[in-house]
Design a protein around this ligand. Structure first.
Ligand SMILES: NC(=O)c1ccc[n+]([C@@H]2O[C@H](COP(=O)([O-])OP(=O)(O)OC[C@H]3O[C@@H](n4cnc5c(N)ncnc54)[C@H](O)[C@@H]3O)[C@@H](O)[C@H]2O)c1
Length: 343
């Protein structure tokens, strides 16, 4: 049902922007870092629109049988420029969706690797996109802001002085992409996502609690949260995030006043999320033991201003907190039934 609605919405947008061209001549899309939280769902979404064979999922991880059955999958290391060139040429790639990254909490644990994957990887991607005239999508994040930025609300253009290597690498990606756009005409597109919530395992970010809480509450009735109960952060269900990405990729260039836009659906605290879950689940117990991620969260936006995206390309979120809770409870319960309580 969820997927049906998702596809219905995306086709509405598809017709709106680009009826015949993209239908007759679908783009060939490569997704890097595709076996993370966003990539697999993104491939499903875009394959439904543009055809299975037109969307290549890639990563450096060995895929499951299911991934291989679902459509084209390739080994692609973002640090290997020649390898990237070969894939783009051999598969006649038109659009690149660059997901490979080390996220905020993981990046702090291994700064040199984060510099390589997030910054050197971006250098490869941007040169590749310039060389082969690709449309390139790079996600940024609320983590691209820092303690000097206004936090409630955080506008599209403001001070960006992040204090994590993840945030620094994303500001670098935003600026490099904009520069290549103005200097070389590169079709660079970037959305700053809030915490993205889905039933798939998250990649080690600061907003991961909003996923883990569903798994732990449904399995054990108890969740120990690493953020304080009043920590407010912007969030979005993966369905809204992928629709935003897909709509944004289809917008004609002349409607874009910027190459980088904030998008969001809602903002809430762990306590508010627990209250929203308690409407549907009995006997919820949440305890709080803040760790190093609290400091990161305290420097990030609380409420994200996405009015420019709404104005320029009609961005509209569809999933509010109550809908998000109902979707997540359903999806996580299905996963528990399929995989057993311990997984
Ligand atoms: N998930 C969120 O809440 C969120 C929010 C804002 C922005 N984003 C951005 O969206 C993108 C995808 O996020 P995600 O949550 O799916 O991340 P994730 O951590 O779940 O997945 C990242 C993937 O990158 C791959 N990778 C690592 N090193 C690589 C290399 N050398 N070559 C190729 N691939 C490599 C990993 O194997 C992993 O599968 C990231 O760029 C992230 O910054 C995510």
């Amino acid at each position: 049902m969820l997927l049906k609605n998702l596809y219905r919405t995306s086709f509405k947008t598809f017709r709106y922007y680009s009826v015949s061209n993209l239908m007759k001549n679908p783009p060939k899309i490569l997704i890097t870092g595709g076996l993370g939280q966003l990539g697999v769902e993104c491939a499903k979404y875009l394959r439904y629109k543009y055809g299975t064979e037109n969307v290549i999922l890639s990563d450096i991880i060995k895929p499951s049988e299911e991934i291989v059955k679902d459509g084209p999958y390739l080994f692609v290391d973002i640090l290997d420029f020649k390898g990237l060139q070969k894939i783009v040429v051999d598969h006649r790639v038109d659009w690149l969706i660059h997901f490979s990254a080390l996220l905020s909490a993981i990046g702090e644990q291994n700064v040199p690797l984060a510099v390589r994957v997030n910054i050197e990887g971006m250098h490869n991607v941007i040169e590749l996109a310039k060389q082969y005239k690709l449309r390139v999508f790079v996600p940024s994040t609320i983590g691209a802001f820092g303690p000097d930025s206004p936090r409630n609300p955080t506008p599209n253009i403001t001070v960006q002085r992040p204090r994590t290597i993840y945030g620094v690498s994303k500001v670098h990606a935003e600026l490099l992409g904009e520069y290549y756009h103005y200097k070389f005409g590169l079709d660079f597109r970037c959305l700053r996502f809030p915490g993205v919530i889905s039933s798939d395992p998250p990649g080690g970010g600061t907003t991961d609690y909003a996923i883990a809480i569903f798994h732990d509450i449904l399995r054990k009735g108890h969740y120990q949260c690493y953020l304080k109960p009043e920590t407010r952060l912007p969030m979005m269900h993966v369905k809204d995030a992928l629709r935003a990405l897909s709509e944004f990729l289809e917008v004609p260039n002349d409607r874009l006043n910027r190459r980088v836009y904030n998008v969001t659906s809602m903002s809430f605290t762990p306590e508010e999320l627990g209250d929203a879950m308690a409407k549907y689940v009995d006997d919820i117990r949440i305890t709080y033991q803040p760790d190093s991620r609290q400091e990161i969260a305290d420097s990030w936006p609380q409420v994200f201003d996405d009015s420019e995206a709404r104005r320029d390309w009609d961005w509209q979120p569809e999933i509010d907190l109550d809908n998000l809770v109902r979707l997540m409870l359903k999806e996580v319960k299905e996963k528990i039934v399929a995989n057993g309580l311990s997984s």
